[in-house]
Design a protein around this ligand. Structure first.
Ligand SMILES: Nc1ncnc2c1ncn2[C@@H]1O[C@H](COP(=O)(O)OP(=O)(O)OP(=O)(O)O)[C@@H](O)[C@H]1O
Length: 320
């Protein structure tokens, strides 16, 4: 799916000229941060504070890049700042949160770069669905209980792709559902008629609707049982391979991250203490805290963790 298939969005951010001086040619090829040669997202020296009665430095000078099509895992125990970083990148933080420093840049497929700091209002809203989509832990509960899945999905297209015909919208919504393993007949259902796993799949389908280049997934499967969790994770890795979007996958579940991530960033007290290739991080952790975190998961002890072995065998079609 390309954004041009659906006509012009309410605010186009596919062409740099639509954003005037808020874009620049992409010079990220020479980017010196961590990671890939062709990043889709670069975050530099990014800091966030909650300026309540007590000031909390939730994110401290984070620098990282997300490669095109990469799955980057963000690990760390509860309260280390993972969600604050994700929401901060996407400018979704609410007071008393304040971005106190740094920047986040989106590098488009089309070869220009957007400083997320410079976007506001309508542009920011369009950007969020179009370029960076988010799926949160409780997302499945944010579906409106009295509106059918179809109407909720179609709303995305009527808002962002107003020129798309009703018929095309309908077909598209059915296609999206099938892509995440839900029968298109479910379009007529109300959210309460679907299981938790199905509702979360619907949310993933909705996040994919406008063909974003980045998905930020914050504990997207935590509320689900382990079997459903694994099915959905397999789906996400398959979709990433098919569609080429990059993923920032946030969870405190390190074994799970080791299974699906290309690289992992380990966060502690607002800082990234280690960032590296997932296998390297597992076999040769550099930071004391990473070692501690790995040791806190019994399934990761031994030559290679049971969880990982099960996962890679299953991916190869062998019994786990
Ligand atoms: N609205 C808020 N006001 C004040 N402090 C906050 C607020 N939201 C989060 N914090 C603090 O910011 C820090 C980072 O929280 P954050 O939710 O980003 O961590 P996390 O790693 O995502 O945790 P979890 O895995 O539990 O979701 C924590 O110390 C938290 O208490």
């Amino acid at each position: 799916m390309s954004s041009t298939d659906q006509g012009a969005p309410a605010v186009s951010i596919d062409r740099p000229e639509d954003l005037g001086d808020r874009t620049a040619p992409d010079t990220a090829r020479g980017y010196r941060g961590e990671g890939h040669d062709r990043p889709v997202l670069t975050i530099d020296d990014f800091s966030v504070e909650y300026k309540g009665e007590r000031v909390v430095k939730a994110v401290r000078n984070v620098t990282l890049s997300l490669g095109r099509g990469e799955i980057l895992g963000l690990a760390g125990e509860s309260g280390c700042g993972k969600s604050t970083l994700a929401y901060g990148i996407n400018r979704l933080l609410k007071p008393p949160a304040v971005i106190t420093g740094g920047s986040a840049h989106f590098h488009s497929r089309e070869g220009y770069v957007i400083d997320l700091n410079e976007l506001s209002g309508e542009e920011l809203r369009a950007f969020r669905w179009d370029k960076i989509a988010m799926v949160f832990q409780g997302a499945m509960n944010s579906l409106n209980p009295v509106i059918t899945i179809q109407r909720q999905m179609e709303d995305i297209f009527s808002t962002h792709r107003p020129d798309m015909s009703k018929k095309d919208r309908r077909v598209k919504c059915g296609d999206l559902l099938e892509r995440v393993g839900v029968d298109r007949a479910r379009l007529r259902s109300f959210p309460h008629e679907l299981s938790g796993g199905m509702r979360q799949r619907v949310m993933i389908a909705m996040a994919m609707a406008l063909d974003p280049q980045v998905m930020i997934m914050d504990e997207p499967t935590t509320a689900l049982d382990v079997v459903v969790q694994r099915e959905i994770l397999r789906e996400i890795t398959r979709l990433r391979a098919d569609l080429g979007f990059a993923v920032i996958f946030i969870t405190h579940d390190l074994p799970l991250l080791l299974e699906i991530s290309d690289r992992i960033a380990v966060m502690r007290e607002g800082e990234i203490v280690e960032l590296g290739d997932a296998v390297e991080l597992y076999t040769n952790p550099q930071h004391e805290y990473t070692r501690k975190l790995l040791a806190s998961f019994p399934s990761l002890t031994g030559e290679r963790g049971d969880f990982i072995r099960g996962g890679s065998r299953a991916q190869n079609g062998e019994p786990a």
